[in-house]
Design a protein around this ligand. Structure first.
Ligand SMILES: [Zn+2]
Length: 183
């Protein structure tokens, strides 16, 4: 007799939990749909609010929410935040999804913008490089080594930009930047 009451109670609480989960999941979907509508009408601040509200709901969230937030941050010119969200999203999603591909395009755009800023700063000075001026190699940051992340862990290669000297002629660095932007 006691056992059957116990089973009924356990059964009841599982159903309740299931119903809650379904309720919370539909709430998440609702918030996401509101956010996506805002993205469609370029209201990225409002969209961010809806997505953040969705993250407060106690249920499992779809990974795409990181992508949506990253996309909004990009349009709100919060580039650092955008890259953080996109990188986090990349660790959780398959690389053959359209969301992943779009997120990588956004990331590329941000990196291009940042590199252009450096070039503009240098080009704006009347004479960008003083005669024979030498810089600490900005590509390897003077370490003479480039670290790249790969699936099997970091890979170290010698820095070709500075010929493994850790220093680079200012003029050569300008060529490097211009070459990269022309690609
Ligand atoms: Zn270097």
């Amino acid at each position: 007799m006691k056992n059957s009451i116990f089973i009924i109670l356990v059964g009841f609480s599982i159903t309740l939990f299931g119903q809650n989960k379904r309720y919370f999941d539909s709430l998440v979907n609702y918030k996401i749909s509101l956010g996506l509508k805002c993205i469609d009408s370029s209201k990225y601040e409002n969209a961010t609010v809806h997505f953040l509200q969705a993250t407060q709901i106690p249920t499992t969230l779809p990974n795409e929410i990181l992508f949506y937030l990253g996309k909004c941050s990009y349009y709100l010119k919060e580039y650092e935040k955008s890259i953080q969200l996109i990188d986090k999203f990349a660790t959780l999603t398959d690389t053959n999804t359209s969301y992943y591909i779009e997120s990588q395009i956004i990331k590329e755009e941000i990196l291009k913008k940042e590199e252009k800023n450096i070039t503009v700063q240098i080009q704006n000075t009347e004479k960008p490089c003083k005669d024979e001026e030498v810089l600490i190699c900005p590509i390897c940051r003077g370490t003479k080594v480039i670290v790249k992340n790969s699936k099997i862990g970091p890979i170290f290669t010698n820095c070709e930009s500075c010929d493994e000297k850790g220093q680079i002629k200012c003029i050569d660095y300008l060529d490097y930047l211009r070459g990269k932007n022309n690609k």
